[in-house]
Design a protein around this ligand. Structure first.
Ligand SMILES: *[C@@H]1O[C@H](CO)[C@@H](O)[C@H](O)[C@H]1NC(C)=O
Ligand SMILES: *[C@@H]1O[C@H](CO)[C@@H](O)[C@H](O)[C@H]1NC(C)=O
Ligand SMILES: *[C@@H]1O[C@H](CO)[C@@H](O)[C@H](O)[C@H]1NC(C)=O
Ligand SMILES: *[C@@H]1O[C@H](CO)[C@@H](O)[C@H](O)[C@H]1NC(C)=O
Ligand SMILES: *[C@@H]1O[C@H](CO)[C@@H](O)[C@H](O)[C@H]1NC(C)=O
Length: 771
């Protein structure tokens, strides 16, 4: 083939290649101009109606605000330019789109704007100074509105579209950029190469090549830097070029385009530019700040809070949902996806020696909680957290891959990244306030690295707050050994905190306790969880009366509770990537919520790598896998052993380590009066002798024949779980299967409520009649 024909051949090849999936092709922020007025328009969370947002524009000069109402559906995206504003609506099922258009001046006097489009859904929307264009339907066909003189060849498919004053450019499926229109400095001057992104300003265009290099051309284009930049998105104005790097910081070229000093090191989620104005949504609180035009100098903040992106079904967010975004979307299963190109809310690396520096960094990431609280946002903080916390509740049972992409290795070390985390960073002031300075009255227990407090948030809902013990500060007189011990304690505490944060931020299962927020400020290390109203399984089994509504008062409910906990552990082993070994499964780490659903808690000792050699064996006496204890051989089977002990506890009602049977009733007083006995040694011989009746908890109403058979079966499962050699034990998946069968055999999983007193009554009368 002649070398002259090659470009033409490539061009044809490009036209016929279907574009790949689009990224962030819609904007919730747009800048409009008319005469000498600059309007900053954005989708803002509504202060009036619940879970709705509205389209508002604010004048840069007098900060007057105007709202553009919708008819039925909220706007999903906006675009604007010289003399116009467009709002795009898409129904929840995404089946079609409608676009409305307001003309300035006249200030868009029509209330609802003119409808300029109703048809197949768009995959992208972009505006230049004079025009707005989109990509339509699965074919990604470019269409521009009110631009009759523009000719784009038929059959063209773009994966991205960018609009300038007199031109439109598209990224073709094969990675080439093609421009159309009348701007002679842009059209026909496209560089060759493979590109992954394209953006346009008034007179110039920039593309980011596959290798990450920025190439710009046209009037006012910057001299580009050949070194690859990690670019997540771009915003181009008139003679101004800004890029958003993947760590959220902004880099700009062109006179007057540098962000003011106090914003220069800020992290952003989205940036937009038009003419001389550049705006960005800050990560810290989703406020919209603008610069570039003198009018913004007085106050760079134009909106205190905007939608940081288009609402979409949570299930479609490959890289998680932005924290707190669910509440801004019209429907419950929607949120704002986190961009896969941005590494947001990175926890600054911290080790004990540099934790001071780390906490000052994390001030920048201080989030929404305080902001929401102080703004008095309609639904309040608590709902935000709880909505997020329970958003994926129902997915728990489905076997689905975790939210985080499999490639993201979160180590149980300090400073793991919070991939797709639905949680917030809170300030210590806030926590001090809700717990009355961590008063004794709020204290409810202790976990692997500190005390646990209960608090009621301003919105009325309850949370559990775990605060790490602060190791005593180094006194001048402290001996070297004590000081070493203290440093070890600090390190251990940091490890437990980091491990729990890193692990919990990426798992989501209805049988695992949800982490809602954290605080990592100065010396403080605090985690905020959903509050589990009914306390620990341990306390319910060993301290509280065994009577309805406690699920421990009936065998089917007890077994269902075991099944809940088993599912949580199974998720850690089989569905978290990488797999998580809990290392401290015990009845006091299984918590019960208001509806008596069991959830596994306390991930302070958890690890992700099975053979963590050299590490000290950790866990709780009575539950610890003997093989792991002796040989330091850690596998998922260590958790299976510990869970077997919990099953035996449930069957017998005895503690993992307990006094002999006679002393059982007088245990609280008689501590130490009898020889301690291990529930494994006590129960397994009876189970293997097929005499479950000898060890079944007598505090439960006498069981029916089916129930006895089911409990005997669970007894066998428990005996298998506590086998001495790890590879002889079943997997958690097998345990879940066995427990499901046991539950089905005595009432069915979808049977009466676990706390249904009538069931207990029925049982009682059945038992009574059989006597
Ligand atoms: C939007 O603008 C209207 C005035 O037109 C104002 O009343 C409303 O509070 C604004 N919304 C927000 C969230 O600022
Ligand atoms: C673009 O990428 C393709 C493979 O994806 C390669 O064959 C081609 O040579 C690249 N073109 C340029 C100009 O780098
Ligand atoms: C942008 O640069 C061009 C020359 O390349 C100049 O004519 C124009 O006035 C500049 N615009 C602004 C807003 O600075
Ligand atoms: C963001 O990344 C750039 C390099 O891509 C680096 O120069 C800059 O310091 C980083 N900023 C922050 C806050 O990490
Ligand atoms: C700047 O404007 C925002 C939004 O209108 C407002 O909340 C804030 O108080 C203003 N800041 C100053 C310093 O005036």
């Amino acid at each position: 083939m002649s070398p002259w024909l090659l470009p033409i051949f490539l061009h044809i090849l490009c036209l016929s290649t279907t574009p790949s999936v689009l990224s962030s092709a819609f904007s919730t922020v747009a800048i409009a101009h008319f005469s000498d007025v600059t309007l900053v328009c954005a989708l803002v969370p509504s202060l009036i109606a619940d879970r709705r947002h509205e389209l508002n524009c604010t004048s840069a000069s007098n900060r007057r605000q105007r709202t553009y109402p919708t008819r039925r559906m909220a706007y999903s995206a906006v675009a604007a330019g010289d003399g116009f504003l467009c709002g795009l609506t898409v129904p929840p099922d995404g089946s079609y789109a409608t676009m409305r258009w307001w003309e300035f001046p006249g200030h868009g006097s029509e209330r609802y704007g003119k409808r300029v489009y109703r048809g197949p859904a768009l995959t992208a929307l972009a505006s230049g100074d004079a025009h707005v264009c989109g990509l339509i339907g699965g074919a990604h066909r470019p269409q521009c509105w009110r631009w009759t003189e523009l000719a784009i060849p038929a059959g063209m498919k773009f994966s991205e579209i960018a609009v300038g004053r007199d031109f439109v450019c598209g990224l073709l499926g094969c990675g080439a950029i093609r421009c159309f229109g009348t701007d002679a400095a842009v059209v026909g001057k496209e560089p060759t190469g493979n590109f992954s992104m394209v953006a346009a300003g008034t007179w110039h265009v920039c593309g980011v090549s596959d290798s990450g290099k920025l190439s710009c051309w046209g009037a006012g284009a910057p001299e580009w830097d050949p070194t690859p930049l990690d670019i997540a998105s771009m915003a181009l104005g008139e003679n101004k070029t800004c890029v958003l790097r993947s760590n959220g910081t902004v880099l700009c070229w062109g006179k007057g385009s540098q962000p003011p000093d106090h914003l220069a090191r800020e992290q952003f989620i989205v940036i937009q530019a038009k003419g001389d104005a550049i705006c960005g949504v800050r990560l810290i609180d989703y406020s919209l700040v603008c610069w570039g035009n003198e009018l913004f100098r007085r106050n760079h903040t134009v909106y205190d809070r905007v939608l940081p992106g288009t609402c979409s079904p949570i299930a479609s967010c490959g890289c998680g949902v932005l924290p707190g975004s669910g509440i801004m979307c019209p429907s419950d299963d929607e949120g704002i996806c986190q961009s896969c190109k941005l590494q947001l809310s990175p926890i600054p690396p911290s080790n004990p020696s540099s934790s001071q520096q780390a906490s000052s960094n994390s001030n920048r990431g201080r989030v929404l909680l305080m902001v929401l609280g102080s703004v008095g946002f309609g639904l309040g903080l608590c709902t935000m957290l709880v909505c997020l916390a329970f958003k994926n509740r129902n997915n728990g049972r489905r076997r689905r891959p975790p939210l985080a992409p499999p490639s993201s290795q979160v180590e149980p070390t300090l400073g793991g990244r919070l991939d797709g985390a639905n949680m917030a960073e809170v300030s210590i002031q806030f926590l001090l306030k809700v717990t009355d300075n961590f008063s004794e009255a709020h204290k409810i227990g202790s976990g692997s690295f500190g005390a646990v407090y209960r608090a009621t948030l301003p919105g009325g809902c309850d949370v559990a707050i775990k605060r790490a013990e602060v190791p005593a500060a180094a006194a001048p007189s402290m001996s070297r050994r004590n000081e070493q011990q203290r440093l070890r304690d600090v390190e251990q505490r940091e490890r437990a905190f980091g491990s729990e944060l890193a692990l919990l931020s990426r798992i989501n299962h209805k049988n695992l306790v949800r982490l809602l927020g954290f605080c990592r400020e100065r010396g403080e290390r605090v985690l905020v969880y959903e509050h589990m109203a009914n306390g620990t399984l341990h306390d319910n089994l060993h301290r509280k009366p065994i009577a309805p509504p406690s699920p421990l008062s009936s065998w089917p409910a007890r077994l269902r509770l075991a099944l809940d906990a088993a599912r949580g552990i199974e998720y850690l082993h089989a569905y978290a990537v990488p797999a998580i070994i809990h290392r401290d499964i015990k009845s006091s780490n299984i918590l019960l919520d208001e509806e008596w659903t069991a959830k596994v808690a306390d991930f302070g000792l958890s690890v992700t790598s099975p053979n963590d050699e050299g590490s000290v064996a950790a866990g709780t006496v009575g539950y610890m896998d003997p093989e792991y204890y002796r040989l330091r051989r850690l596998t998922e089977k260590s958790d299976v052993y510990s869970f077997g002990v919990v099953l035996l506890e449930l069957v017998t009602g005895c503690k993992a380590i307990h006094r002999s049977e006679e002393a059982e009733g007088a245990e609280e007083e008689g501590e130490g009066s009898a020889t301690p006995q291990n529930v494994v040694e006590m129960a397994v011989p009876w189970i293997e002798a097929e005499d479950i009746g000898r060890v079944m908890d007598r505090r439960v109403a006498p069981a029916s024949a089916e129930e006895v058979a089911a409990v005997a079966y669970v007894g066998y499962v428990a005996a298998e779980c506590v086998r001495a050699v790890g590879c002889d034990r079943p997997t958690m998946g097998e345990v879940v299967g066995a427990l499901q069968r046991a539950v089905a055999a005595c009432g069915g999983e979808n049977g009466p409520d676990r706390a249904d007193p009538s069931q207990a009554r029925r049982q009682l009368s059945r038992a009574h009649n059989s006597m």
